[in-house]
Design a protein around this ligand. Structure first.
Ligand code: 4NP
Length: 160
């Protein structure tokens, strides 16, 4: 049976750089494909330190130059997310390890993925934290996410 919505939650550490960007890149892809109704897309952090904040101003500026509007407000992941989403996608191995530790059962654990699993062209197996980097770190995040989100769209078309 074709499921009504594909529910995707992107996860990083602070939910102010990588996962809000993944959310915006994926939203734009899905919108351009005319598939908005098929998807529910959100992001969250593993720490609540930045809860209530907009995405990092540097990240927003780099994203805006490529036509992405980062509108999400940082929030920490909550236990209910493991029920509410179909795919829970961490940006690096530490994110994924922490998600696995939090997963309440095997069904939830099976929803966890690493973002760069979906990438096609990249030499990277994770999306590096840009927080302490210069401009090139933020550009790299967007390059990697554009590749991985395109792959994620193909994965969703094949699996849902
Ligand atoms: P993000 O980047 O996980 O991509 O949102 C970070 C933002 C803030 C912190 C760490 C990573 N921090 O420790 O405050």
């Amino acid at each position: 049976m074709r499921q009504e919505k594909i529910r995707i939650l992107f996860i990083c550490l602070g939910n102010i750089c990588r996962s809000p960007s993944a959310e915006a890149v994926m939203r734009k892809l899905v919108k351009e494909a005319g598939a908005e109704e098929r998807f529910e897309i959100d992001s969250a952090g593993l720490i609540g330190y930045h809860e209530g904040e907009r995405a990092d101003a540097r990240m927003r500026a780099h994203a805006a130059r490529r036509g992405y509007e980062l509108e999400s407000i940082s929030r920490p992941i909550r236990p209910w997310d493991f029920q509410a989403f179909d795919l829970i996608i961490g940006m690096d191995d530490r994110n994924v390890a922490e998600l696995r530790r939090m997963a309440p059962d095997l069904e939830s654990e099976a929803k966890i993925h690493r973002m760069m699993e979906f990438a096609r062209d990249s030499l990277y197996d994770h999306v590096p934290d840009p927080y302490y980097s210069g401009a090139e770190g933020f550009e790299l995040v967007l390059d990697l996410l554009e590749d991985a989100c395109a792959g994620l769209s193909r994965y969703c078309a094949a699996h849902f």
